[in-house]
Ligand binder design. Structure first.
Ligand code: NAD
Length: 491
C-alpha cells in the first residue's frame, strides 16, 4: 500500500514555486499532497517550502524592486493588463482548476471567481495610472506635495475559500503601486496561483517582480512575515492567524493589512421586499458552501414575519442541489477538507447541545460516483438558539445558518453587534430612514441595504473589531502599498 502511494506520488502533477521568473522545485525537494475535496483524494503535489525558498524569493524581489518601482506606471499597467487578458483567454481551464482544487461548483468559478481575478488585475492596473500625489498650498509661504513611494517588498498571504480571486485582490494593487511581491497562496488551494505564474511568464512580467512560494502557513508563511526585508504584509485569513501575524510583525514595525473572519448578521424587517429578502438571504447563507467571509450566517427576522420567512427560507434551501461540483445543476459543492467538514459537523452537534433545532440539513452527504469520498454537507438551518451561544458567536465557515426572531429595532441592533466580529451586515427594509439609521449603528466595515455582496471595487473593504485592521479596495489598497513622503518647498 505504501509502495503504491509512492508510485502514485511520483506520477502526480507537481506544482512549482515561481522565483525570479523561473518555475522551480522547493530547495528541500519536499512536497505535500494536494487534495481534490469533491473526490476526497490527493491529485497533485504542492511544494513544502521553507526559509531557504523564502530567502531566495525575497532576494529576487529585492533585486527587481529598483527597476519595477521606477518603471512608468503606464508600462507596468500594460503588463498587468496582458495578464488579465490571458486570464480571460484561459477562463475554462482556470475555472476547472479552481473547482477541482477548492470544491466549489464549476459554474461559480466560471461566473465569479475567475472573471473577478482578471477584473482585479485590470482595476488596479488602470487605477495606478490615475493614482496621483496630493499638493497643499500653505498661504503664500510654501507648497507641500506628498509623494507616494512604493514601500518595497510586500508579502501577500491569501486563504483557500476564493483562491485566485483573493490572491489577485492583493498582488494586483501591490504590483500596480510599484512594489515587488513574495506571495503565498493557501497550501489547500495552490493550483490556480501556479497556473497564474505561468501566465506572468507568458505576459513578460520582469523576473523577480512577483514570486510565489507555496507551502504551509506556519513554515513558509511565517518565514515571509518574519523576514526583515518584507516591509508590508497583506493578509487574508482566520482571526487566530491574524493575531499571530500581528504579534510577529508589529515589533518589526511592518505595515499590516489584516482581513479576518466574520459572523455576519442579516437583519430582515417585516416591511422588506419579502421575495427578494428570502432569495438573497439563501444565497448569502450558502454561496460557496457558506465558505465566504461575508456570508450572512446569523439571520434575524422580525417576529411578525418569522414563521412565513422560515417556511420560505427552508423551502428554497431544500431546493439547493448538493453534489458533484462539475455538474451544472449543483449549487453546493464540497467543503475544502475532511478536517474542515468535521469542524462544521462538530458545530452542528454543538448547536443541538445548546438547545437548537435543526429545521433542515445537519448531515454529511454521500454523493455517488467519483464524489463518493468527497466532503459534502447538507445546507443546514437551525433555530431556537439565543444570540449569545457559541453557535452564534463563533465563525463556522460552512453551510450552516441560524434563524432568530426579534421584536424591535434596538433589540436587533444589539444582537447584530453582540459578536467579537464586525465584517459585514445586511439590512432588509423598504423604510429607507430606518435602513440608514440602523446602518449607522451596526459595528461592521461593510453594510449592504437590500442586497448582498454587491461590490464596487473602489469602495473600502474590510472589517472592524476582530474582523481586521485596515481596508482594501480602490485608493485604500494603493495607499497601503505606498509610503507617504511629504516635501515642503518654502516660497
Ligand atoms: P488561515 O488563517 O488558516 O490561512 C490563511 C493563509 O495564511 C494561508 O495561506 C495559510 O497558509 C497562511 N498562514 C497560516 N498560518 C500562518 C502564519 N503563522 N504565518 C503566515 N501565514 C500563515 O485561514 P483559511 O482557513 O485559509 O481561511 C479561512 C478564514 O479566512 C476564515 O476565517 C475567513 O473568514 C477568512 N477570510 C476573510 C476574508 C476577509 O476579506 N476578511 C476573506 C476570505 C476569508
Amino acid at each position: 500500500m505504501a509502495e503504491e502511494r509512492d508510485v502514485f506520488k511520483r506520477i502526480m502533477e507537481k506544482i512549482l514555486n515561481y522565483i525570479n521568473g523561473e518555475l522551480v522545485e522547493p530547495a528541500g525537494k519536499n512536497y505535500l499532497e494536494n487534495f481534490n475535496p469533491a473526490e476526497g483524494k490527493p491529485y497533485s503535489l504542492v511544494p513544502d517550502s521553507d526559509t531557504t525558498d523564502v530567502q531566495q524569493a525575497v532576494n529576487s524581489a529585492r533585486n527587481a524592486f529598483d527597476s519595477w518601482s521606477t518603471m512608468p506606471a503606464e508600462k507596468r499597467a500594460a503588463i498587468l493588463l496582458r495578464i488579465a487578458d490571458f486570464i480571460d483567454r484561459d477562463l475554462d481551464k482556470l475555472a476547472l482548476a479552481e473547482s477541482n482544487d477548492q470544491g466549489k461548483p464549476l459554474r461559480l468559478a466560471r461566473s465569479v471567481d475567475i472573471p473577478r481575478a482578471s477584473l482585479n488585475m485590470r482595476f488596479f492596473a488602470t487605477g495606478a495610472i490615475h493614482f496621483a500625489s496630493e499638493a497643499y498650498i500653505t498661504g503664500n509661504e510654501a507648497v507641500n506635495y506628498t509623494l507616494r513611494m512604493p514601500v518595497g517588498v510586500a508579502g501577500c498571504i491569501s486563504p483557500w475559500n476564493l483562491p485566485l480571486y483573493l490572491f489577485t485582490w492583493k498582488i494586483a494593487p501591490a504590483l500596480a503601486a510599484g512594489c515587488t511581491v513574495v506571495a503565498k497562496p493557501s497550501e489547500l488551494t495552490p493550483m490556480t496561483a501556479f497556473l497564474f505564474s505561468r501566465l506572468c511568464r507568458e505576459a513578460g512580467l520582469p523576473n523577480g517582480v512577483l514570486n510565489i512560494v507555496h507551502g504551509l502557513g506556519n513554515k513558509a508563511g511565517q518565514a515571509i512575515v518574519e523576514h526583515p526585508d518584507v516591509v508590508a504584509i497583506s493578509f487574508t485569513g482566520g482571526t487566530a492567524t491574524g493575531k499571530k501575524i500581528a504579534a510577529t510583525a508589529a515589533p518589526m514595525f511592518k505595515k499590516l493589512s489584516l482581513e479576518l473572519g466574520g459572523k455576519n448578521p442579516n437583519m430582515v424587517f417585516a416591511d422588506c421586499d419579502f421575495e427578494k429578502a428570502v432569495r438573497t438571504s439563501v444565497q448569502a447563507a450558502f454561496s460557496n458552501q457558506g465558505e465566504i467571509c461575508l456570508c450572512g450566517s446569523r439571520i434575524f427576522v422580525e417576529r411578525k414575519i418569522f414563521e412565513r420567512f422560515t417556511e420560505a427560507f427552508i423551502q428554497q434551501t431544500k431546493e439547493l442541489t448538493v453534489g458533484d461540483p462539475l455538474d451544472d445543476k449543483t449549487r453546493i459543492g464540497a467543503l475544502i477538507s475532511e478536517a474542515h467538514m468535521k469542524k462544521v459537523l462538530g458545530y452542528i452537534d454543538l448547536a443541538k447541545q445548546e438547545g437548537g433545532s435543526i429545521l433542515t440539513g445537519g448531515n454529511r452527504v454521500r454523493v455517488s460516483g467519483r464524489c463518493a469520498e468527497g466532503y459534502f454537507i447538507e445546507p443546514t438551518v437551525i433555530t431556537g438558539l439565543n444570540e449569545r451561544c457559541r453557535t452564534n458567536q463563533e465563525e463556522i465557515f460552512g453551510p450552516v445558518v441560524t434563524l432568530m426572531p426579534f421584536d424591535t429595532e434596538e433589540e436587533v441592533i444589539q444582537y447584530a453587534n453582540s459578536t467579537p466580529y464586525g465584517l459585514s451586515a445586511t439590512i432588509w427594509t423598504e423604510n429607507l430612514t430606518r435602513a440608514h439609521r440602523v446602518a449607522v449603528q451596526i459595528k461592521s466595515g461593510i453594510i449592504w441595504i437590500n442586497c448582498w455582496l454587491f461590490r464596487d471595487l473602489r469602495t473600502p473593504f474590510g472589517g472592524m473589531k476582530q474582523s481586521g485592521v485596515g481596508r482594501e479596495g480602490g485608493w485604500e489598497a494603493l495607499r497601503f502599498f505606498t509610503e507617504a513622503k511629504n516635501v515642503c518647498v518654502k516660497l
